[in-house]
Write a protein that binds this ligand. Structure first.
Ligand code: GDP
Length: 536
């Protein structure tokens, strides 16, 4: 069946390579500085002489395009789904979590492909809605989180207050590893809480490459920083008294988070973050399959698809599937089996992709992401494997939707194609398809995490199934699980809609949290369960 057999590498090689990998994503709200931080991390990992500094002034785009030129020469490889770079002996995979208008179920699914996350907070804003949603998914999956408080160079909130917010709103114990010296807006440097020294930052021209850093012992710091230093030491002592000292186990079991303070745009604290990731963040571990058996890292190649992107290259309308390697070695050209269909899939065109630019990917190890082009046969959640024994990983969960729309065929003569198309989109997880008794069987309700999913669904129904669709947006934004239909009449009579998922779960839809609160108060007998992002 295969033209190239599974690649066998000595298991010691695979284990060594896996051990070098740190695969993570940044979770944040738009504008917190994710793109700036991403670039700063990559520039640190492979410092690009002065190019970054020069172009950093003119704007980020310059840096990015420079990077792409440099990537070939220096081995930084960029995909629109993942950025890979070397740092010391480690190989860092930073997976993208699309935000803004691109926020969708894919953003959540990325978190099924990482081993840790960096929660990026704007010092002036603290926890914001999108961060909270993504954090929920991390919590549910037990993903360890490192917190980076960004923009400390600008006026913002008090550091202790930001830490309190973590405890109070999400029950996450902060364990600051650094503590700012100087209030937000007057960023002098940080107290390194692990050795009590002062790390003083100084601005470099343009700020895009490494910031200047100077280490002073506590006496030197007191002499130079005076009250600012004394205050930082006092606050640090306070933290120690309230359980804020670092504890590796609590980080790994995701009940506490190391916290760093910095400024991505000035490169303050970015090196610290990289060092922390390399030192402490979890390495790839064996992934559990559908039989709940862990697939050893040095078993033959296996991977799962966490994202499928259509039409990235307008010149060739194609489909790229992004898969995370779970075990073994991937080599371009190997033929793998799709566990869902049992069919072979040729990986001749494995690539790393960035916008229009693509570079061929030849080898990948556990923790890495491979982009497979011409992947029309691959769907989100599919398992790929080579050799024996075969393996299948559990499919990806669906997430709490926040956007709803009724879908009707615009052309009734294409009703059959419409139904087929909708089945296909539901099975691929492009949108969730719900049934509403109120609207009848033939009129499905689409549900999505982000509105962009509706656009993709509409486009595909039209282009692939030649069945144009009319979408009518529904005013709901809040969803709860309804364990039974005992009080369905109450919900119906008050204008809340009850819908059913393909797996039989009943959901109650509300326009907003106020509507939900009112119902709860007036009808405490209606049992409603939270449908937390990532729990479903
Ligand atoms: P994203 O939406 O999270 O990717 O955010 P961006 O990286 O695009 O940053 C949003 C804005 O915040 C941009 O204008 C950045 O220059 C700015 N920014 C990012 N990091 C910092 C920082 O550390 N300090 C300051 N003052 N501005 C920053």
């Amino acid at each position: 069946m295969t033209t190239a057999g599974p690649v066998t590498a000595p298991s010691a090689d695979v284990l060594r390579e896996a051990d070098r990998r740190r695969t993570f994503a940044v979770i944040s709200h738009p504008d917190a500085g994710k793109s700036t931080l991403t670039e700063a991390l990559a520039l640190h990992a492979r410092v690009i002489s002065e190019a970054g500094a020069v172009h950093g002034k003119a704007g980020r785009r310059g840096v990015v395009s420079d990077w792409m030129e440099m990537e070939k020469a220096r081995g930084i490889s960029i995909t629109s789904a993942a950025l890979q770079f070397a740092y010391g002996d480690a190989v860092v995979n930073l997976l993208d979590t699309p935000g803004h208008a691109d926020f969708s179920e894919d953003t959540y699914r990325v978190l099924s492909a990482v081993d840790s996350a960096v929660m990026l907070l704007d010092a002036a804003k603290g926890l914001e809605p999108q961060t909270l949603k993504l954090f929920d998914v991390c919590r549910h999956r037990g993903i360890p989180v490192i917190t980076f408080v960004n923009k400390w160079d600008r006026p913002g909130r008090d550091a202790l207050e930001l830490c309190d917010e973590l405890v109070e709103r999400i029950g996450l114990q902060p364990m600051p590893l650094t503590w700012p010296v100087g209030a937000a807006g007057d960023f002098r440097g940080v107290l390194d809480r692990r050795d009590g020294h002062f790390i003083r930052y100084s601005r470099t021209v343009g700020g895009a490459t490494a910031a200047g850093e100077q280490r002073l012992d506590p006496d030197g710091a007191r002499a130079e920083e005076g009250d600012g230093w004394t205050r930082a030491v006092e606050e640090s002592d306070l933290l120690a008294a309230s359980g804020g000292d670092f504890d590796l186990e609590r980080f790994l079991d995701a009940s506490a988070t190391p916290v760093l303070f910095g400024s991505a745009v000035l490169n303050f604290g970015v090196r610290h973050l990289l060092d922390l990731l390399v030192e402490l963040a979890p390495r790839p571990t064996p992934r559990v399959d559908v039989r709940t058996l862990p697939r050893p890292l040095d078993a033959p190649f296996s991977a799962f698809v966490f994202k499928v992107q259509t039409g990235m290259d307008p010149a060739h309308r194609d489909q790229v599937a992004f898969a995370r390697v779970c075990s073994g070695v991937f080599e371009r050209g190997m033929v793998v089996t799709n566990a869902t269909t049992g069919k072979p899939f040729a990986t001749k065109y494995a690539q790393q992709v960035f916008g229009q630019q693509r570079s061929t990917l030849d080898t990948a190890y556990p923790g890495d992401v491979i982009g497979l082009v011409n992947a029309t046969a691959l769907h989100v959640g599919d398992t790929l494997f080579a050799g024996r024994p075969p393996v299948r990983f559990p499919g990806l969960p669906s997430f709490a939707p926040a956007h709803f729309a009724v879908a009707r065929p615009a052309d009734l003569s294409r009703a059959k194609q419409f139904r087929r198309g909708i089945e296909q989109l539901a099975s691929e997880g492009v949108v969730q398809v719900l049934r509403s008794d109120r609207r009848g069987d033939g009129t499905p309700v689409f549900a999505a995490v982000g509105p962009m999913q509706f656009e993709v669904a509409t486009h595909r129904l039209d282009a692939e199934f030649k069945s144009p669709v009319r979408l009518e947006r529904l005013p709901y934004t809040v969803v709860r699980r309804l364990p039974d239909l005992d009080h369905r009449g109450v919900l119906d009579s008050r204008g809340h809609e009850v819908v059913t998922r393909a797996d039989g779960t009943h959901l109650a839809l509300f326009t907003d949290s106020t509507a939900l609160a009112v119902l709860r108060r007036l009808h405490p007998e209606v049992v409603l369960e939270p449908l937390v992002a990532g729990t479903d």
